[in-house]
Design a protein around this ligand. Structure first.
Ligand code: CMP
Length: 252
């Protein structure tokens, strides 16, 4: 063992610095939490309390966070990255129910109804998530009912999203489903560029196919047709909607 002799004043300085850096980290964590839609209604005191209960987990692109039917014991809040919520058939065909990004949460259903995970969660890009154990989540809902409203609003949005997904698969053809989904993604994750609205997500054509319930080949063909018509622009895995009004006309 190596022992290092340091005078007391140097130890004090080191400890002060460590305490200062721990306080700074906690403050940064709290100000980050404040920006997460689920927690915006919490006071600084509640956020400080929450920060002590949260853990952090990191996932590589392509890593499964949990599988459908796994038992669920934690809530996830995405700090940075991109996660798909998906289910798959026995043959391996996948349907993507939602794509979640920074500030979004998932995994609440199993905590609320104590049933297995309703879908799988897979990181689509390197992802860092904060995790809250079930007992802390339930405790939080009881102590801070202001976040219950936000959770109910998010659940309502998700149910509406699923209703519209079912409706689209039954009533719309592929060109319409694809146009609608691209416009929705541009609405939630679009950034304005000189060329048009760019969908700011990491998406492969297989992901798009899984979002609209079609094969990759059929989606590729339709995307190229839209590109030929000049309503979208595809380059290096980027999708830019150049004429949103014309794409909107294809939705019916
Ligand atoms: P849970 O069932 O615990 O695990 C899977 C999670 O995916 C679920 O909680 C929700 O957080 C999320 N989820 C399930 N279905 C949808 C959906 N249709 N839209 C968005 N998120 C969903």
């Amino acid at each position: 063992m190596i022992s290092v002799y340091l005078p007391a004043k140097d130890w004090n300085r080191i400890l002060e610095r460590a305490t200062y850096s721990a306080i700074l980290t906690t403050m940064q964590e709290e100000s980050h939490l404040k920006q997460i839609p689920l927690f915006t209604s919490l006071t600084a005191e509640h956020l400080a309390d929450l920060a002590t209960k949260l853990g952090t987990r990191n996932y590589k692109a392509g890593e499964t966070i949990f599988h459908k039917d796994d038992p669920g014991s934690v809530l996830y809040v995405i700090k940075g990255g991109q996660v798909k919520i998906a289910t798959a058939s026995a043959e391996g065909d996948e349907v993507i129910l939602a794509i979640l990004t920074d500030g979004d949460f998932f995994g609440e259903l199993s905590l609320l109804d104590e049933s297995p995970r309703s879908a799988s969660a897979i990181a689509m890009a390197p992802t860092q998530a904060m995790v809250l154990q079930r007992k802390d989540f339930v405790d939080f809902l009881t102590r801070y009912p202001e976040i219950v409203g936000d959770i109910l609003a998010a659940l309502s949005r998700r149910l509406r999203g699923t209703d519209s997904l079912v409706e689209d698969v039954i009533f719309l053809d592929l060109p319409a489903r694809l146009a609608k989904r691209l416009l929705q993604l541009a609405n939630t994750h679009g950034i304005k560029t000189q060329e048009g609205l760019e969908i700011n997500l990491k998406l492969t054509q297989q992901d798009i196919a899984d979002l609209v319930g079609a094969t990759r080949v059929a989606v590729n063909k339709q995307l190229r047709l839209y590109q030929k018509m000049g309503v979208i622009n595809l380059s290096r895995n980027r999708i830019i909607i150049t004429r949103p009004e014309d794409l909107q006309r294809r939705v019916y």
